[in-house]
Design a protein around this ligand. Structure first.
Ligand SMILES: Nc1ncnc2c1ncn2[C@@H]1O[C@H](COP(=O)(O)OP(=O)(O)O)[C@@H](O)[C@H]1O
Ligand SMILES: [Mg+2]
Length: 415
């Protein structure tokens, strides 16, 4: 609770993860380019069939990929609506590599179509969507976020991806007008080479590729300033504190360029100021928020309490991430783990223990693991580093912990 002048937040919603500002002050030009690609098609006879892709730099998160996609989709829907054109939008996150059937269910639900999905074959759902758009003379814009997972998921085959992304050829509309566009969002450029391998006909149809680099400090400053203006009480914040944060995370200053972390730091400092009843975000609170966030993204203590073999597995995952391999199968991880054991001169543990360690590491939140869908080679465990954890820094901490553990000073078991 806060009283009068001690209040810091005027609108906390602008600090939530999923908040998309009504105006982009950074990357506005890029957003406008994307916007125009789709928007202009709404007034052409050919209709809407574009596929574009937004991708980031390897290993970077929180750099606005999802935000710009959602922002553009919303802008298209709203501006078209003012011209009397209905554009339905749907957002689907593909992190779990869902089947085509689940993707279509999500699209139908998100776009608000009155289509029965349950029990219908995929092709009928596709037809129903196309018919629905034809009858209502409306359009559909679909965002497929974390698209790279579709390319590596054993649950999805290239035919499914074709059926979805080339829906106009699979299921032509009665009047021949295309009405469905896609914005693909992928973590990095490797998605494009995967596509070239797996679905070259789709890759060659991508009409626009937007690379989103990590943010520089002046960009983070603009992003923070907007949030401060929208969500903080005037007088509770200063330019100085925004600079402190943007210079910590700016890619040009050696930070990871993440707007997400910058916004979280401002929010955390604001919460501290409110909790202390001072109503002003002082620089020392910002410093505290920055260091707490630093500490919370790499749980050093927790890592130091891990056993040697857990540390080696964690290092294997971190190494792979640094090399640009985001998702590992249990088999690939096992190989890397065995090689590491060899180089540290310890005997690898058996498979049962190995899987136990993976489970334990997942329960700490350091890694994420899940079972793949049924693929050619049956089900397998997939492992990745939890996204917000910076792999290069984690590597350093883990390597230090391994040295400690091997010298017998670690709290964990040694061998
Ligand atoms: N250009 C921008 N303007 C305003 N806010 C931004 C911008 N880019 C990113 N953000 C904010 O930063 C956070 C992370 O962005 P997000 O799009 O989720 O990153 P990514 O998808 O690349 O991981 C979100 O809260 C988002 O609102
Ligand atoms: Mg995202």
């Amino acid at each position: 609770m806060y009283i009068g002048g001690h209040q810091v937040f005027t609108d906390k919603a602008v600090f939530s993860e999923s908040y998309v500002p009504s105006e982009l002050r950074v990357r506005a030009k890029e957003a406008d380019m994307l916007f125009k690609i789709y928007y202009n098609k709404l007034f052409s006879t050919a209709g809407l069939s574009d596929i574009t892709i937004i991708y980031g730099s390897i290993g970077r998160v929180g750099i606005g990929k999802t935000t710009i996609a959602k922002y553009v989709a919303r802008m298209i829907r709203e501006k078209a609506s003012r011209e009397g054109i209905k554009v339905n939008t749907a957002y689907v996150n593909l992190f779990t590599g869902p089947s085509l059937y689940s993707i279509l269910s999500m699209i139908v639900r998100d776009a608000g179509f009155n289509i029965t999905v349950r029990g219908s074959p995929v092709i009928d759902i596709l037809k129903a969507i196309v018919d629905n758009l034809y009858i209502n003379n409306s359009y559909l814009l679909v965002i497929l976020d974390e698209f790279q997972n579709m390319l590596t998921s054993p649950r999805v085959n290239p035919e499914d991806l074709y059926a979805l992304l080339r829906i106009h050829e699979e299921v032509p509309s009665k009047d021949g007008v295309a009405r469905i566009g896609f914005i693909l969002v992928a973590s990095d450029i490797r998605a494009l080479s995967y596509m070239r391998d797996i679905i070259p006909q789709v890759e060659s149809q991508i009409s626009f590729k937007l690379h989103m680099p990590a943010y520089r400090s002046h960009e983070l400053y603009e992003i923070l300033r907007q949030r401060a203006e929208l969500g903080l009480r005037p007088g509770s914040w200063s330019d100085d504190i925004l600079m402190m944060i943007s210079e910590t995370y700016g890619e040009d200053r050696g930070g990871d360029g993440s707007a997400r972390r910058a916004i979280m730091a401002l929010r955390m400092a604001g919460e501290m100021a409110e909790a202390r009843g001072i109503g002003i975000i002082e620089p020392n609170l910002v410093r505290k928020a920055l260091s707490e966030q630093e500490a919370s993204s790499i749980p050093v203590r927790e890592i130091e309490s891990l056993g040697l073999h857990e540390l080696l597995i964690l290092k294997a995952v971190a190494d792979a991430t640094v090399e640009g391999i985001e998702i590992l199968t249990a088999g690939e991880l096992r190989k890397r783990y065995e090689l590491l054991c060899e180089s540290y001169n310890v005997k690898p543990r058996g498979y049962t223990q190995f899987y136990n360690y993976i489970r334990l590491l997942s329960s700490t939140g350091l890694i994420e693991s899940r079972l793949s869908g049924k693929g050619m080679r049956g089900r397998t465990t997939l492992v990745r580093l939890t996204p917000p954890i910076p792999a290069d820094r984690l590597k350093e901490v883990v390597e230090k912990a391994i040295t400690l553990s091997m010298s017998g000073e670690g709290k964990g078991e040694t061998q």
